[in-house]
Design a binder for this molecule. Structure first.
Ligand code: NAP
Length: 263
């Protein structure tokens, strides 16, 4: 039966790295890979670099934001169903963005769009893909280290990633009997285009960003072993653990006062 791998936000950063590493795996041979992001040219240019394996790479350029975005994925799946049977082996819900700055200085439209992409679309895509998954299927939802505490100057973003983490763990618990694993990737700073987007171009690079290759490789190993959370760097593990003992308000207040972000 045809096997499909879906990666959202696959044109840059961690999504592109997921695509590269999954493409290179022997277990992906014979499967079809669907890469989704908005910028058509960038996506096509990136997809053209994936060569040498018997894997068909298909690109879909559209906005994944909100209900409409998730429904676009459903439409792809419905169309595919008309052409024969298939299963989705792996779903990587990676598309997402953040906004830097105190909430009352950010654009409410952008904050709502963030919730629409980071939470609504991710949830809908899981829901629409799950009927096409069978035992051994895997979901990776990209959360963040920001999921573990409310953060000042990053208020809505941290809240959306808390949602992703909470939802993913509950989904993992519900899908245990079906043999489908769910892993929430919770990275700290990773060198991608994230800061550029979050700061409206004021900060080009993610500060102290780690290598996305290592973060993604670790996540794929963790997900393969059925882990519910992927935390790569020891510092991130300590931060996640310590967050249990830090008051939520204290964490938010501290980051608001001492972790200013250009916006
Ligand atoms: N980098 C970090 O430090 C860090 C840390 C923790 C978590 N994360 C999370 O990691 C994930 C990937 O981000 P990244 O760091 O790799 O950033 P990135 O380099 O900016 O990549 C974001 C990807 O998402 C796509 N995308 C953005 N908005 C979209 C939309 N509305 N519809 C469809 N695709 C969309 C982008 O392509 P188009 O612009 O072409 O659509 C791009 O392919 C995000 O969920 C982010 O929150 C990042």
């Amino acid at each position: 039966m045809k096997r499909i791998i879906i990666i959202t936000g696959a044109s840059s950063g961690m999504g592109a790295e997921f695509a590269r590493q999954i493409y290179a795996k022997k277990t992906s041979v014979g499967a079809e890979m669907w890469l989704i992001a908005r910028e058509d040219d960038k996506l096509a240019e990136f997809a053209a670099t994936l060569t040498g394996q018997d894997i068909m790479v298909r690109t879909f350029a559209f906005d994944l934001c909100g209900v409409a975005g998730a429904e676009r994925v459903k439409k792809l799946l419905d169309t595919e169903s008309k052409h024969g049977k298939f299963v989705v082996d792996l779903l990587v819900n990676n598309a997402g963005f953040g906004t830097y700055g105190p909430f009352d200085e950010t654009d409410p439209m952008r904050e709502m769009a963030m919730i629409d992409l980071n939470c609504t679309a991710l949830t809908g895509i899981c829901g629409f893909v799950l009927p096409h998954m069978t035992r051994g299927g895997r979901i990776i939802n990209v959360a963040s280290l920001a999921a573990f505490l409310p953060l000042g100057n990053f208020a809505v973003y941290a809240a959306t990633k808390s949602y992703v983490l909470s939802f993913s763990i509950a989904l993992a618990a519900e899908l245990k009997e079906r043999g489908i694993s769910v892993c929430a990737l919770c990275p700290g700073s990773v060198s991608t285009n994230f800061a550029n987007v979050a700061s409206n171009g004021k900060r080009r690079e993610v500060l102290h960003g780690r290598d996305p290759r290592k973060v993604v490789a670790h996540c794929l190993r963790a997900s393969g072993r059925g882990r519910k959370i992927a935390l790569w760097a020891p510092k991130w593990k300590v931060t996640a653990f310590m967050s249990r003992f830090i008051g939520r308000y204290i964490g938010a207040r501290f980051t608001y006062l001492f972790n200013k972000r250009p916006h």
